[in-house]
Design a protein. Structure first.
Length: 520
């Protein structure tokens, strides 16, 4: 490569020989061996470093003294890595001496050469123990093919331990490109698609494939709509209203929603619904009333939990679709775990159990998260009973958990949404602002690809707000409702579909701007 620059790229940040070397590695890993060999020849750059080629020949030929000298001469090796590598080499060396019947030579190496290389007492002891174990094996059965295979395996193990530039990390070029693409995705406010990213241009999603326009308005409810939730498979939507009903809607292939069942049984407004993880059952909470279990396919009520004095605020399923919990705003009722036949499995009550405003179970079933007495979030590990408490300074009205069970958001009356980690490692939450909330219950949700977005209603502005989780200010404010937007839900399978419920008696389905408005 005469007269060629040592660095390339507009900023001169890339060493040319390293760039060529990772291309050669990529060609070999993709199976283009002739092309890789041709590029090595034309560029004068070798895929394998001189030290690696030397080590390969020494190991395959059984030149253990030369191999040890080569490893000791590599300056880039940290002491700990050098000790690990030498341990493997000595293990193979001693094994072969034992196979050849050279017990005295093996013992001499273990006593004299190994300690001199300062591998550490633990490594020496482990090596001695390995030799004892090897001695008890039927070493006489080992032939030249077995030994050659063991030497090849040793080279593979060394490849995972030796650092650059002696050995290139596997698929280095793919890793670099993937890292660059990931960085572009992370800086893209509207990224919401699982489609592969093109390498031909820098990635930047437009808002054209983002839910920004009303594509359908559902008007079957006769009063304020308080809650909406898509089923886990994204094929249904359930809504509840102060008209004392809940409705199940079917999501059609073309993105329209059709009426499926009207659920009539509650005597008071229905404030909350929850889909079972298998989407065959639906729970509905009456406002200061009982909890009801419905069959989704038939729309029939299968069971009523509690009595008229049982005040239910919210409910959540466990992953098996056989158990669920419900929380009560009556401190004496606390939190109850039921099965679908109405049997109480467990209960959390007592003086330490104030009124429960909202609760959720993480999708992995590990944690029960509850909002207590406005200002306190409790996270209970159901398996270990370990509990952590997160205090908030302003009243909390609702909470929602991410699909990966790692995060949850709470809406506050201070006109903020706070994002916390379930593991409880964060000292402070991430905060989102822009919407309006003073005194009503406004419910928000995670949504989009990898739960990358947060959506919320608003109290006075009749709008839907959407944030990218990385940014505190909204990237979209959707107008259309005529009164307070109480709840927003993102379809978990159709990342471009959003539903919002409002005091104006309607549910709006939002989709990309290219969609045509459809009035129901």
């Amino acid at each position: 490569m005469e007269n060629s620059p040592t660095t390339i790229g507009s900023k001169g940040l890339i060493k040319q020989h390293e760039f060529v070397r990772v291309i050669i590695q990529s060609l070999y890993s993709l199976g283009y061996r002739k092309s890789g060999s041709c590029l090595e020849s034309e560029s004068g750059v070798s895929y394998k470093s001189m030290n690696l080629e030397l080590l390969e020949s020494q190991i395959l030929e059984g030149d253990w003294d030369g191999c040890i000298n080569t490893l000791c001469a590599i300056q880039e090796l940290a002491d700990e890595t050098r000790a690990s590598v030498l341990f493997l080499v000595f293990k193979q060396c001693l094994l072969e001496y034992l196979i050849g019947g050279d017990d005295t030579l093996a013992l001499s190496v273990l006593r004299n050469q190994v300690p001199a290389l300062r591998m550490g007492k633990e490594n020496v002891h482990n090596l001695a123990y390995s030799i004892i174990c090897l001695k008890e094996m039927e070493l006489s059965k080992a032939d030249d093919n077995v030994i050659h295979g063991q030497r090849k395996n040793l080279l593979t193990e060394l490849g995972t331990l030796l650092p650059p530039p002696t050995v290139l990390p596997e698929r280095r070029l793919e890793h670099l490109v993937e890292t660059a693409i990931t960085a572009q995705i992370d800086s893209c406010d509207y990224h919401n698609s699982v489609e592969p990213i093109s390498l031909y241009e820098d990635h930047n999603c437009s808002r054209d494939q983002f839910p920004t326009e009303t594509i359908q308005t559902l008007t079957e409810h006769e009063n304020e709509v308080w809650f909406v939730q898509f089923s886990n498979n994204g094929e249904y939507l359930a809504s509840s209203s102060s008209d004392c009903t809940a409705i199940i809607w079917k999501v059609l292939e073309d993105g329209r929603l059709s009426f499926k069942h009207m659920l009539r049984s509650h005597l008071t407004p229905v404030s909350f619904v929850a889909w079972s993880p298998d989407d065959t059952k639906l729970l509905t909470c009456g406002n200061v009333e009982v909890l009801k279990l419905w069959d989704v396919e038939t729309g029939t009520c299968k069971h009523t939990f509690g009595d008229h004095g049982f005040v239910v605020s919210s409910c959540a399923w466990f992953p098996d679709s056989k158990r669920f919990v419900c929380g009560s705003s009556d401190p004496e009722k606390g939190i109850c775990m039921w099965d679908c036949d109405g049997n109480e499995i467990k209960a959390w009550r007592g003086t330490r159990m104030p009124k429960v405003l909202d609760l959720a179970v993480t999708p992995d079933g590990e944690n029960l998260i509850s909002v207590m007495s406005d200002l306190e979030i409790r996270i209970l590990n159901v398996r270990t009973n370990a509990e952590q408490v997160i205090p908030e300074e302003q009243p909390i009205t609702s909470l929602s958990v991410s699909a990966d069970s790692k995060f949850f958001i709470v809406n506050l009356n201070s006109q903020e949404i706070h994002l916390w980690d379930v593991a409880g490692k964060w000292k402070k939450p991430l905060k989102y602002i822009g919407h309006q909330q003073h005194k009503y219950v406004i419910r928000s949700c995670f949504g989009g690809l990898d739960s990358s977005f947060i959506a919320s209603g608003s109290e006075n502005s009749q709008q839907v707000y959407i944030w990218n989780r990385r940014n505190s200010r909204p990237i979209e404010v959707l107008s259309g409702h005529l009164m307070t937007v109480n709840c927003v839900c993102w379809n978990p399978k159709r990342h471009q579909m959003l539903a919002s419920a409002s005091d104006d008696h309607t549910i709006r389905i939002w989709g990309p701007s290219r969609s045509k408005n459809i009035q129901r």
